[in-house]
Design a binder for this molecule. Structure first.
Ligand code: GUN
Length: 297
């Protein structure tokens, strides 16, 4: 029987454990604060930041949302960033991507106080992660690691093929999985749009992580018997539904399920884990900035 990995359940456990830490911080007069910044009106981004704010409310984090008109200047966004850097009640924040075309997202990230960069995207935090001294693990890679751990999947000595080389998922995940650590020690192959013979690389893997943003690129014929499949993709594809679309992953679930030993669904797999790890990073940021020690899951 193929195990369908329940990301909602694991994320729920992590949120429950974080609640204790949030209470400790709040009782000490330091309720963790998270701000989300959305520039423009990308519908998927709106959904994501709404969910992040709802998560904050549920666990007792002080959530603040800032919306900036998509036509506003870069300076307007930079002023918001400077204000958030200076605000002692905001321990962490993020600027949701994508940003409008006239905004340089790299420059946006460079302006975020690295101590408040709960996405883990600032160059200082990327450098620390690669050096094996991460301040904040980016939320999706961290969520993938926690999901594998909760499922009892050992990464030590495993051949992992990561499909996708994004700054948000593929690169940090590959770096984390090769680290000398209990949740690392893997042999990692990173594939991307110029990889030749992708199927040979995915078929050879004990663990396949699909994070390329191509709907259902990886089907069952590309998965080795008994492999673990983690699908990071969230793609809106046209469908005859009320909303006019449906969500599919980067993996063709039905055929991959036939050969995998365990597989994450979309939705309900990696997505909830990403959101839980944002709360985790916010609690870690609040603890570091206030000096109030807490146990993290
Ligand atoms: N857009 C898609 N994923 C993310 C994320 O993890 N952080 C931010 N800031 N924007 C995103």
């Amino acid at each position: 029987m193929t195990e369908i990995i329940d990301g909602n359940a694991v994320a729920g456990q992590i949120r429950a454990e974080l609640t204790g830490a949030i209470e400790t911080l709040t009782d000490a007069g330091s309720q963790p604060g998270l701000a989300t910044v959305l520039m423009g009106d990308d519908p998927a981004s709106q959904t994501y930041v709404n969910m992040k704010q709802r998560d904050c409310e549920e666990v007792g984090i002080d959530g603040v949302h800032v919306e900036i008109d998509g036509g506003a200047s870069a300076e307007t966004l930079y002023e918001t960033i400077a204000d958030l850097n200076d605000d002692p009640d905001v321990h962490g924040y993020l600027v949701q991507s994508p940003v409008p075309d006239h905004i340089d997202y790299r420059e946006v990230i460079r302006r975020i106080d690295p101590a408040k960069d709960v996405d883990g995207f600032h160059p200082e935090n990327v450098g620390r992660l690669v050096a094996g001294d991460a301040r904040f693990r980016p939320c999706t890679p961290h969520g993938v690691q926690k999901l594998l751990e909760a499922t009892g999947v050992e990464t030590e000595g495993a051949d992992v093929t990561v499909v996708g080389r994004s700054d948000i998922v593929g690169k940090p995940l590959a770096n984390l999985l090769i680290q000398k650590a209990d949740d690392g020690n893997a042999t990692v192959t990173v594939c991307h749009s110029r990889t030749e013979d992708l199927a040979t690389k995915t078929r050879a893997a004990d663990i396949v992580v699909a994070a390329c943003g191509v709907p259902e690129l990886i089907d069952g014929s590309m998965i080795g018997e008994g492999a673990v499949v983690v699908d990071v993709g969230v793609n809106r594809v046209d469908a005859d539904t009320e909303k006019g679309y449906e969500l599919v992953g980067d993996v063709e679930f039905e055929s991959a399920k036939e050969v995998a030993s365990a597989i994450t669904p979309v939705p309900g797999g990696v997505g909830p884990m990403t959101r839980a790890m944002l709360l985790y990073n916010t609690v870690a940021a609040a603890s570091a900035q206030t000096g109030v020690d807490v146990d993290l899951p």
